[in-house]
Design a protein around this ligand. Structure first.
Ligand code: PLP
Length: 457
């Protein structure tokens, strides 16, 4: 028993409810604003983009929302996911710390993203939606949604950031295998894309631009197509709560409780997935786990951005929310953790960081690959470059515990595997990787175009 490595749940332990942190949040929710008027959105504005059930979840303050049986059935293809004690990594580090990781890389698409792709496709299907539109950067979100749309017989249009489309053909082919249509963004399919291409036919694209195109494609479809987002929104974060709910039970099986819970952050969904159930335990049940969000130094929205209202996309078509932002015009350096290259952050996570309930740090790219390779060589899993940010922080915690000669229980979320990211590992192994500090002047410049919102803070 003392050498147990995998802590597994049965199919019958699969959560029946998602956990909605807004029910227990000590900070009031901030309003979501229309991008054109900067007035609070109404359901009819959002219903152009989302089915009503997801809009209701977005604004819900119910603590628990039942997971539909149709969704649980598909979750069972890969959930509950394993919790692993990283015994071999502990040994390699010579640390007295106990390191656990929740492996979301076992999902069919290779990351946590199907946890929300599946319910989003389901709620669209029962609302009569014919097709979804979405953006993808590195391709992980597009892969997850392509699989989910196929399972519910929905068409899917993916606007894939052009540089990724060119550099990551395997993710594109993965999506096409599930029947998705994939376009290199900017495209000539939208007004916004055409305008950008006219200025610069070689525009490499960005996540903000791809979001604008996917939103425009849905908004101008006369109700046939809806839009789907893979992170940031409340309902997306809530769908990910299955990660933390399972992890709580699995830590119980291991007869331990984490001192620190770690996740990487792009828009905040996998971190919220593992951390919010532990935040509930902190707020309601007297636990004191430290919750630590880890971002790249190249896109430091939580650690160096401003907590204010900003647009969710570059063309100012998506709603305006209060979040830690680097400015909607921010074009991040091209780092290999493509899933973390977003200018903003989930509003709830931003509010919790602002309130001191959650800590945030940033780590440079090369050190994340060092950690990734160390982890791979000990545990046998090549992690996604995004997840490697969490691994870096977990290893640093374990080394700190070693220096202080104290036992510490560390839990991190392995948000995905890196089997499609060999080009990134190739650059690292060849010594061609660079670190990026985002210059202070650039942050200041990007803040000049923020929306002028007159809202009580
Ligand atoms: C998309 C992605 C992320 C970042 O998105 P979050 O919403 O912050 O979780 C992290 N890890 C992996 C493997 C991803 O695919």
């Amino acid at each position: 028993m003392s050498e147990q490595t995998r802590f597994l749940l049965n199919e019958s332990d699969l959560p029946k409810f998602w956990y909605n942190v807004m029910a227990d949040s000590p900070v009031a929710p901030t309003p979501v604003l229309r991008p054109d008027t900067l007035e609070p959105v109404t359901p009819d504005f959002l219903s152009v983009l989302f089915p009503m059930e997801l809009i209701l979840q977005e604004v819900s303050t119910e603590r628990h929302i039942e997971i539909p049986e149709e969704v649980r059935e598909i979750y069972k293809l890969y959930r509950p996911t394993p919790l692993i004690r990283a015994r071999r990594l502990e040994k390699a580090l010579g640390t007295p710390a106990h390191i656990y990781y929740k492996n979301e890389g076992v999902s069919p698409a290779g990351s946590h993203k199907p946890n929300t792709a599946i319910p989003q496709a389901f709620y669209n299907k029962i609302a009569g939606t014919k097709a979804l539109t979405t953006e993808t950067g590195a391709g992980q979100w597009g892969s997850a949604l392509a699989m989910a749309c196929q399972m519910f017989d929905l068409d899917l249009e993916v606007y894939m950031v052009k540089v990724s489309y060119q550099q990551k053909p395997y993710r594109r082919i993965f999506m096409q295998t599930f029947g998705a249509q994939v376009f290199a963004s900017p495209t000539d399919r939208t007004n916004y894309g055409r305008a950008l291409l006219q200025q610069d036919p070689d525009n490499p694209g960005s996540l903000g631009i791809a979001i604008s195109e996917a939103v425009e494609a849905a908004a101008t479809s006369g109700g046939v197509k809806k839009y789907s987002l893979g992170s940031v929104l409340n309902h997306v974060l809530m769908h990910q709560s299955v990660i933390g709910e399972e992890a709580l039970k699995q830590m119980d099986l291991a007869d331990e409780y984490p001192d620190v819970v770690i996740g990487c952050v792009g828009g905040g969904s996998n971190f919220a997935g593992i951390a919010y159930p532990f935040l509930r335990e902190n707020l309601k049940n007297g636990q004191r786990a430290r919750l630590l969000a880890v971002e790249p130094t190249a896109t430091p929205s939580l650690t160096r951005g401003v907590y204010t209202f900003d647009y969710g996309d570059t063309a100012k078509m998506a709603p305006v929310v209060k979040m830690h932002t680097l400015g909607h015009d921010f074009v991040p350096p091209s780092i290999h953790a493509g899933g973390l290259r977003y200018h903003g952050m989930a509003p709830s996570l931003s509010a919790f960081v602002d309130a001191g309930l959650i800590d945030a740090i940033s780590v440079p790219q090369k050190s994340t690959f060092e950690a990734a390779v160390q982890f791979a060589r000990a545990e046998g899993i090549v992690p996604a470059p995004e997840s490697s940010h969490a691994i870096r922080a977990a290893i640093d915690e374990a080394l700190d515990a070693k220096a202080k000669d104290e036992k510490r229980v560390i839990l991190f979320n392995l948000s995905g595997h890196g089997n499609f990211d060999m080009a990134a590992y190739d650059s690292y192994l060849d010594g061609n990787l660079e670190d990026h500090e985002y210059p202070a002047e650039a942050i200041k410049a990007a803040m000049e175009n923020l929306p002028q919102v007159n809202m009580p803070a």
